[in-house]
Write a protein that binds this ligand. Sequence first.
Ligand code: NAI
Length: 258
Amino acid sequence: MSGRLEGKVALVIGAARGIGEGIAERFVEEGARVVIADTEAEAGRATAARLGGIFAETDISRQDHAERAVQTALEGFGGLDILVQNAGIYPWTLIENISTGEWDKVLAVNLRGTFLAARAALPHMKAKAYGRMVFTSSITGPRVTSPGHGHYSASKAGINGFIKAAALEFSGYGITVNGIEPGNIMTAGMKAERSEAFIRSMEAAIPLSRLGSPRDVANCALFLASDEASYITGTTIVVDGGQTLPEGADFRINPSSV
Ligand code: NAI
């Protein structure tokens, strides 16, 4: 199937690289026009150029930037149908060492950024009586966690709560609000923020035996952004290769062999 987003305008925040870039690319393959919003101007411009989109320099933790990114879609493409707030940071710090500054930064980008993006997009989607909002959450926080993820877990669990509240409030306007909970996805951010040992241990914990790719997440975002998902709102989809399934540490144990 192709053309699933024909005629649609999508704003993808945190799309210069990684999962967000994968989402924007998948949307373009299906006919959407995209605004690439990101703090990283050089990489963001390159991604936008590659995808035939428009770049909007955006720090999503700032209200004026969130509004400017939405404005870029309205002025550049004449509307806004799909909002993806994917920008997120994930420093790896034990709770006893998290400074208030680091705590506030993670919450500001991941959680306040999600609220600011939704609020900025809302009036335009409301006026059109159509909208798809998709937020990148995580399995970390809503379902599981590991040491070093105190602030990150809180921010992503917060996103899941916000998704429910926004879905309910926006339901009368033809706007759906959903989220994705990726497991461990191989991206530049993952390589920069997590040790090789962490990545290997995650790989061993995934029943499908590999880390995910940005495209694995992008396919889910595409579904949630498309009209096929028109009756789905206020929920999240886990994209984790089965990582959150096992009851015990050794999930490859076979009853016939013990
Ligand atoms: P990444 O670090 O590779 O890419 C993130 C992008 O967001 C970058 O282009 C970065 O410049 C941009 N960004 C960062 N702060 C921003 C801000 N304040 N405003 C606008 N843009 C900003 O990260 P990755 O791995 O692609 O992750 C993307 C999202 O997926 C994040 O929300 C992350 O928490 C979430 N996630 C990632 C997982 C993984 O295993 N990689 C697992 C679960 C969730």
